[in-house]
Design a protein around this ligand. Structure first.
Ligand code: C2E
Ligand code: MG
Ligand code: MG
Ligand code: MG
Length: 276
């Protein structure tokens, strides 16, 4: 990059930064093609009732397997798609696939009560409301079966714009969850003003709960606050039985994590069988 030192223009070559910029540019270019080719798949991760371990929900997680780069994680390509203005198109594809899969999911998991879809803050505009309204009509889907998960950090600085959109989405019957709750360093005071149904406690808190008394106190206070606001709670990133049991004792009903189930693709054989 270029800067000034002692009024002298200097150019510093930062290899790492350069590499990062090139990688982003590559991903961005490849994403455009992947969108054209519909190269995305959806993996579903079950959510369980902690007591019974029964599957009562699933979360749709987008997967992109690039022909030469291999599997690129959504935590890498979604932020790039967001800043490149591509996330709305990806989001539309995800919504299409998931709404087409709902019947298979219901058949596969008899106790299923909801399907969750992750949504990025830049998707939250009037065209998205239009899309949501059309999809539930055209596919005859009960909108209250779908819960949209929005990451806390991405919309906190934009509440004035986002809250009316969230209200519109709720008016259509869709449910709303705050994802990665606790990572936004937010004051808790805005929570009761949001039209949300569910709080997902971020994995980092679930980890620190098992490691320190402070961590435990923090999770306890998140839980009591959620209960007093009448919000459902989901704990994410549960990797062992002890964690799940403790959360259940603390009053958390739903959990998600590798200990119970990893994200998995719907078995295509099952799909063809059901279609015939
Ligand atoms: P998220 O919505 O918080 O999803 C949870 C992530 O944690 C997923 O990673 C999941 O595979 C992983 N995970 C689940 N259980 C465990 C566990 O026990 N241990 C550990 N270490 N990890 C666990 P994934 O699929 O790589 O997704 C990363 C993030 O990308 C998601 O975080 C979400 O913010 C975003 N994302 C994924 N799919 C979509 C999508 O369709 N649209 C949008 N806008 N964002 C998406
Ligand atoms: Mg999520
Ligand atoms: Mg999460
Ligand atoms: Mg998280």
């Amino acid at each position: 990059y270029e800067g000034f030192r002692n009024n002298q223009k200097v150019t510093v070559y930062d290899e790492k930064l350069q590499h990062k910029i090139q990688y982003r540019a590559l991903i961005e270019k490849e994403l455009v093609e992947a969108i054209d080719n519909h190269d995305f798949k959806i993996a579903y991760q079950p959510k369980v009732e902690l007591d019974s371990k029964k599957i009562v929900g699933v979360e749709a997680l987008v997967r992109w397997n690039h022909p030469s780069l291999g599997l690129v994680s959504p935590s890498v390509f979604i932020p790039i798609a967001e800043s490149a203005g591509l996330v709305k198109e990806i989001g539309r594809m995800v919504l299409n696939i998931v709404t087409d899969d709902i019947q298979f999911l219901k058949d596969k998991y008899p106790k299923l009560q909801h399907v969750a879809i992750n949504v990025s803050a830049p998707q939250l505009d009037h065209s998205f409301i239009q899309i949501l309204s059309e999809v539930s009509k055209s596919k005859d889907i009960d909108s209250s079966f779908i819960e949209l998960e929005i990451t806390e950090t991405t919309f906190l600085d934009d509440l004035e714009r986002v809250v009316p959109i969230l209200n519109n989405i709720r008016a259509l019957g869709y449910k709303l969850a705050i994802d990665d709750f606790g990572t936004g360093y937010s004051s808790l005071s805005y929570l009761h003003e949001l039209p949300i149904n569910t709080l997902k406690i971020d994995r980092s808190f679930i980890l620190s709960m098992m490691d320190s008394d402070k961590g435990l106190k923090l999770v306890k206070s998140i839980i009591s606050m959620s209960l007093s606001l009448d919000l459902n709670i989901v704990a994410e990133g549960i990797e062992d039985n002890a964690t799940g049991m403790l959360l259940s004792e603390l009053g958390v009903q739903l959990g998600q994590g590798f200990y119970y189930h990893k994200p998995e693709f719907l078995n295509e054989k099952v799909i063809t069988k059901l279609q015939n």
